[in-house]
Design a protein around this ligand. Structure first.
Ligand code: KG4
Ligand code: ZN
Length: 331
């Protein structure tokens, strides 16, 4: 089945064409980062308006890149939530319009499930069951995944998501938005062991990033913002290491508790180079098979939405045209 995926839950307008839930034929992402960066975060109304401008050209580009016409598409999958409702409604409305006018089956997809499913686009994909860490700007959740649609939440953040902890640190240090990629790059020039930041709740599978954030704030209040690039890099490296360390250890602990031999890491923060490196080292030590999508499929995209959509549509699920967007939608 050839599925058109559509994603507009936050600040990326994306469309992709995927065959049989496995083969990526095109993947187009229009980022709004430059429209939000001067505000230091996503402004919901700007996001909705930018989705409105971008959505049709992005879909046309995805069809073009796949060498297809709309008439070749056999089903439509769109992110229904969680996310910014005004943004979600843009993708959802376009998906409904296409499905209605072409008489195509269509489904609304959960964005978190889509992040997990992005791993099925890997050449080497896991088999159920596995443990998955979804780590993004809005979520830091560990799941035991038994099948599409069958999830058990094992751990979650009690305050900020890991991506938020990166973004807020970058804002505090005045080094740009979004912070994850900026801190990732800076940290490569720093010593991660020079400034030890706290690791919270070592005995639980839940996360908390408020301590590490406060610790950075206290450091900056005491010493001021780093004046040299080298000092900034040490700070970034130490801060990043504290976040990466707990993400890796808690996920591997969850795998041990569930006797799982495969671990999936996905979501925007999974594109972090140190996280990927540390997960690779520690999984090898624990004899765990590790699956992390390439960075372009870790951050928001529509290919992952098409993968979940194909699974639902091929099992006969079709949504009603009255379906609405949802800002919160736990798995
Ligand atoms: O999955 P995503 O694109 O959107 C959400 O669903 O939230 O994740 C965006 C988050 C942002 O907080 C961003 O700072 C973070 O992912 N991120 C990174 C990196 N690239 C993106 N965090 C750490 N290192 C990166 N290289
Ligand atoms: Zn996301």
């Amino acid at each position: 089945m050839i599925v058109l995926g559509i994603e507009s839950s936050c600040d990326e307008t994306a469309a992709a064409v995927v065959r049989d839930g496995r083969i990526l034929l095109s993947n187009v992402i229009a980022s709004q980062i430059k429209d939000h960066s001067k505000y230091g975060g996503v402004v919901p109304e700007i996001a909705s308006r930018k989705h409105m401008e971008a959505i049709v050209p992005v879909i046309l580009q995805a069809l073009d890149d796949a060498g297809m016409e709309l008439s070749d598409i056999e089903g439509i999958a769109v992110t229904r939530g969680p996310g910014l409702v005004g943004s979600l409604l843009v993708g959802l409305s376009v998906a409904k319009a296409l499905a209605f006018s072409r008489r195509l089956p269509w489904v609304g997809v959960n964005h978190l499930e889509a992040h997990i499913a992005s791993v099925f686009l890997n050449e080497k994909a896991p088999v159920f069951p596995f443990v998955a860490l979804v780590v993004s700007g809005g979520h830091t959740n560990i799941y035991y995944v038994e099948n599409f649609g069958v999830f058990t939440l094992l751990g979650q953040t009690r305050d900020d998501a890991a991506g938020e902890a990166f973004d807020k640190a970058a804002k505090l240090l005045d080094i740009g938005y979004p912070g994850g990629m900026i801190i990732d790059n800076l940290a490569k020039e720093g010593n991660r062991n020079l400034l030890p930041f706290p690791r919270a709740m070592r005995d639980s599978l839940d996360f908390s990033f408020s301590g590490v954030k406060t610790s950075l704030l206290v450091h900056v209040k005491k010493h001021g913002k780093p004046s040299s690039r080298q000092d900034l890099a040490h700070l970034a490296a130490g801060y990043q290491e504290a976040i990466v360390d707990v993400l890796v250890e808690k996920t591997l602990k969850a795998a041990e508790l569930k006797s799982a031999t495969q671990v999936v890491v996905c979501g925007g923060v999974a594109s972090n180079s140190r996280l990927r490196e540390h997960f690779a080292e520690r999984s090898a030590e624990d004899g765990i098979d590790l699956f992390i999508p390439p960075p372009v499929l870790c951050t928001d995209n529509a290919a992952m939405v098409a993968v979940v959509g194909e699974n639902l549509l091929s099992r006969g699920k079709i949504d009603e045209f009255s379906l609405n967007a949802v800002s919160r939608w736990p798995l």
